[in-house]
Design a protein around this ligand. Structure first.
Ligand code: ASP
Length: 344
């Protein structure tokens, strides 16, 4: 489990140059002035990832470089959730998904990729060096090796090994619905709620705006822990796990990928922002859509969206409490607690 990082508040929100609070469509928001760099990313691992992204943004680098460099930190971190040390599939193999998108609708992704430490960088190469958007499995690995990425052995982190050993005791393959209470058993679909009340989350998604006011996004994951071999989630699917429209805003998703895919989640959130909703209200609208589709099964799954609009406003919404996102801009480095549909 990623170590829970302390809530860091560099300075008070009010009265800071370039940071304004207000209300749009009935929800609170904070925003940086347009052109003031900002990065947001999912969960507490985002604090460390944002630091790397901020190094790029604060030295006038591009949002695209920032979102790649940022999530590479998490891919390298040997935790249970992202990268080669993450929770494996039910057969014991770590398979990785990632996507990246820039301000010009250029996008690239990889899915079901094995043995490569930085899937996000392979996704970027797919975007920049091929006529395609998505490469999967052996083909994605072949491309990565041809591009000079070393083939590495998977080495489960201690936590991932423990999670897998626990799961093997029952090898219980449940339907994609998470029973929030029962996921103590580390059920196959992430994010599951653990004994200590934290979510076992498997993705980092990041969105940034640079000094030029350009937006980019990235998303990288080991997917749902103990998934069927070959299962691919929302994270590498442009429009589901990630979407960027530089005229409007950007969104990334985390949670049960199947339910993000069926509503084209991130694209839908961006479309809501296009219609004038604040990032938080837009995320809430699509969470509501998922809840309407899932009916009583919505209790059993977690999905969360984070979004950033062209003016630097940011927000999120989740199905269940417990989700938070990391924010970094000129004045702040902190975790923001998300609102959620169910308020336990
Ligand atoms: N969205 C990811 C997937 O379904 C998992 C996660 O965010 O935890 O692959």
């Amino acid at each position: 489990m990623i170590e829970r990082r302390k809530f860091i508040k560099v300075s008070a929100l009010t009265g800071l140059a370039g940071l304004v609070s207000g209300k749009v469509a009935g929800t609170d928001f904070y925003f940086s002035k347009k052109g003031q760099p900002i990065v947001i990313s999912t969960w507490d691992a985002g604090i460390a990832a944002n630091k790397a992204a901020w190094q790029v943004l604060s030295t006038n680098g591009s949002a695209l470089d920032a979102v790649e460099k940022g999530v590479m930190v998490t891919e390298s971190s040997q935790n249970c959730c992202v990268g080669l040390g993450a929770n494996p599939d039910r057969d014991g193999y770590v398979t990785l998904d990632a996507s990246i998108m820039d301000e010009n609708f250029n996008c690239g992704s990889v899915a079901f990729l094995e043995g490569i430490k930085h899937p996000i960088s392979v996704a970027r190469r797919v975007m920049e060096k091929t006529p395609h958007v998505m490469l999967v499995g052996a083909g994605a690995q072949q491309f990565a090796i041809a591009e000079g990425f070393p083939l590495e052995a998977q080495k489960l982190s201690e936590q991932a090994q423990e999670n897998y050993d626990n799961w093997l005791k029952k090898s219980e393959y449940k339907s994609p619905a998470i029973n929030v209470e029962k996921t103590k058993e580390h059920g196959p679909f992430a994010p599951a709620k653990l004994d200590n009340g934290e979510w076992n989350h498997d993705t980092i998604g990041m969105i940034a705006m640079d000094f030029n006011g350009n937006l980019s996004g990235s998303c990288t994951t080991s997917g749902a822990g103990f998934k069927m071999r070959g299962r691919v989630g929302d994270s590498p699917i442009i429009g589901a796990g990630l979407y960027v429209d530089n005229e409007v805003g950007a969104c990334v998703a985390t949670g049960q990928g199947e339910d993000v895919i069926r509503v084209a989640g991130s694209h839908s959130v961006v479309e809501m922002m296009r219609q004038g909703l604040s990032p938080e209200a837009a995320c809430k609208k699509i969470i509501q859509r998922i809840i309407k589709i899932k009916k009583e099964k919505a209790k059993d799954i977690q999905v969360a969206f984070i979004a950033l609009n062209k003016n630097g406003q940011h927000g999120s919404f989740a199905i269940h409490p417990g989700f938070e996102y990391a924010l970094r801009n000129t004045n702040n480095e902190k975790l923001v607690k998300s609102k959620s549909w169910f308020n336990i």
